[in-house]
Design a protein around this ligand. Structure first.
Ligand code: PRP
Length: 171
């Protein structure tokens, strides 16, 4: 397997800071629940919320669609439910990557069903050409081509999440 750098640590730091500024401006003066989608989004979410300037509560949801495969099974399972009361709240779903769109569609529907007032999505990476269902996140770190990426939380069979940059994994 070959690993080549796609997005450097400096580029990540700079872009995540910009996203946090944008989100802080939009939600200035209001409360926000940042909902981290485990496991992939943990690094992105940690970096993003630490740079936000308004009150932010943190919660977690864990879903699984990939298992140990490189491609989505298409079946989204909720493995861990969030704990906070979402009724009437602004919720920012924090995702590491949107690929087919199946996972984020499922999470969005689920959070809306829990009575959130406003649901928005911040995705560190977006692969718009890989969609199986339409979905447009409000905040995107980097838009990339359909290729298999690892690092900054993204794994292949649970490996590589701790690489501090984004790399392309190829055979
Ligand atoms: C990954 C990623 C997204 C989803 C994106 O999760 O974190 O949640 O797949 O793919 P999609 O748009 O095709 O649905 P995964 O199930 O691999 O879990 P992980 O975050 O724990 O690695």
């Amino acid at each position: 397997m070959a690993q080549t750098t796609l997005i450097s640590k400096d580029q990540i730091d700079q872009r995540v800071a910009e996203m946090a500024r944008e989100i802080s401006t939009e939600f200035a003066g209001s409360d926000l629940i940042a909902l981290c989608v485990l496991k992939g989004a943990m690094f992105f979410c940690a970096d993003l919320v630490r740079r936000m300037t308004m009150d932010v509560a943190l919660d977690f949801i864990q879903i699984s669609s990939y298992g140990n495969q490189k491609y989505s099974s298409g079946v989204v399972t909720i493995l861990k439910e969030p704990q906070l009361d979402m009724r009437g709240k602004n919720v920012l779903i924090v995702e590491d990557i949107i690929d087919s769109g199946l996972s984020i569609r499922e999470v969005t529907t689920y959070i809306e069903s829990r009575g959130a007032a406003k649901v928005k999505t911040a995705a560190f990476l977006d692969k718009p050409k890989a969609r199986k269902v339409p979905f447009t996140p409000e905040y995107v770190g980097f838009s990339i081509d359909p290729q298999f990426v690892i690092g900054y939380g993204l794994d292949f069979a649970e490996k590589y999440r701790n690489i501090p940059e984004v790399q392309v994994l190829s055979d």
